[in-house]
Ligand binder design. Structure first.
Ligand code: NAP
Length: 330
């Protein structure tokens, strides 16, 4: 059996290019005792992949040149010499960008597809959903009646944050990069207002929708939107720094110039790293699965096909061409 893998050929300079990756075929070795073989079904495309392609480290070491590109994925066990996993089990984990993965089972999660189809377990029921849940509820501490502003609101993290905030009784305003995405936020995610950051004056729109300022700012984007949000904080505001996708392709991240507004607002600015909450994932999965089942929440997926299309698919995250949780079906 052959394994098709995507390796990192060289480090990007700016936005990712196809030439940064190489498609290779390798034999799948015989399993050793304790190992299992997984047929990968879905690969998750995540903005963090851009940071992992850098030489330096983010919160996790960069991928080495020539190594399999790091990536979350979901698949099915097809052979097992590990007593904790049976052939036919569905699993998720850092399986890498490849069609087959050999694992010792240590960092794998078994998934119950009765709680939601397999792909959802690397989306709203997986890492991005957990980021939204714990980032909002633990770091944002939302209270009913408060106003929350979310950047990158139509993405998987942003749209999940927005819908949880609505369930918690907040007024929710989000930014997105197209009319279609703004319409989706209002009609399908139940947000109160959506700002097209590419065509509208963000500061004017935010003042209009949040005249008393924002109690929580959940930031996925950084840059100019972060500065505008800081200038509009209500007293006691919580700023949750989740990501800064507008900065990932730049050689140096530009910090906010309005940070002293946190002082004026007597606010807090908090970073979230989802992996800090691994022990608590089961309760978040249960809550989100229940909201999905009851129709209180929905999750949009954008699925492309073929491992060879990984580079062009990854690029979509940075051009805004994805609409929903971006996945590659292999
Ligand atoms: P996503 O939002 O589903 O996809 C990325 C979106 O970012 C694009 O569709 C695009 O939407 C927007 N974007 C791209 N370039 C932009 C720019 N220059 N300015 C403004 N928006 C831009 O991705 P996601 O998986 O939900 O991730 C969202 C954020 O969460 C990222 O910053 C990611 O790094 C972060 N994150 C953090 C953690 C953690 O533990 N801290 C975990 C997971 C994710 P538009 O069409 O709206 O421009």
């Amino acid at each position: 059996m052959e394994n098709k893998i995507i390796t990192l050929a060289n480090r990007p300079n700016g936005i990712v290019e196809s030439s940064n990756f190489k498609l290779e075929e390798r034999n799948i070795p015989e399993l050793e005792d304790g190992q299992l073989l997984i047929k990968v079904e879905y690969i998750s495309l995540d903005p963090a992949m851009r940071g992992w392609m850098n030489e330096g480290t983010t919160y996790i070491k960069g991928v080495a040149i020539g190594a399999v590109m790091r990536g979350f994925a979901a698949g099915k066990v097809v052979q097992s010499k590990n007593e904790d996993f049976q052939k036919g089990d569905y699993v998720t984990g850092m399986l890498g960008v490849q069609t087959h993965a050999i694992s010792d089972g240590k960092d794998l999660s078994k998934v119950d597809i009765r709680a939601g189809r397999l792909s959802l377990h690397i989306g709203v029921l997986g890492m991005p959903g957990m980021t939204a849940y714990f980032g909002l509820l633990e770091k944002g501490q939302p209270k009913a009646g408060e106003t929350i502003f979310i950047s990158g609101a139509a993405g998987i993290v942003g749209s999940t944050v927005g819908q949880i905030a609505k369930i918690r009784g907040c007024k929710v305003i989000g930014t997105a990069g197209s009319e279609k995405k703004c319409e989706y936020l209002i009609k399908e995610c139940n947000l109160d207002a959506a700002i097209n950051y590419k065509t509208q004056d963000i500061a004017d729109e935010l003042k209009k929708h949040a005249p008393n300022g924002v109690d929580i700012f959940y930031d996925n984007v950084g840059g100019e939107i972060l500065d505008i949000a800081l200038a509009n904080l209500a007293r006691g505001a919580r700023v949750v720094i989740c990501g800064a996708i507008s900065q990932y392709n730049k050689p140096k991240i530009q910090g906010p110039s309005n940070y002293m507004k946190v002082v004026t607002a007597r606010g807090v600015m908090n970073g979230i790293i989802v992996f800090d909450y691994i022990d608590q994932y089961p309760r978040a999965v249960k809550d989100i699965a229940t909201w999905l089942e009851k129709g209180k929440m929905q999750s949009k997926e954008h699925i492309k096909e073929g491992i060879e299309n990984f580079p062009s698919t990854l690029r979509m995250l940075f051009t805004g061409d994805n609409f929903g949780k971006l996945l590659l079906k292999v």
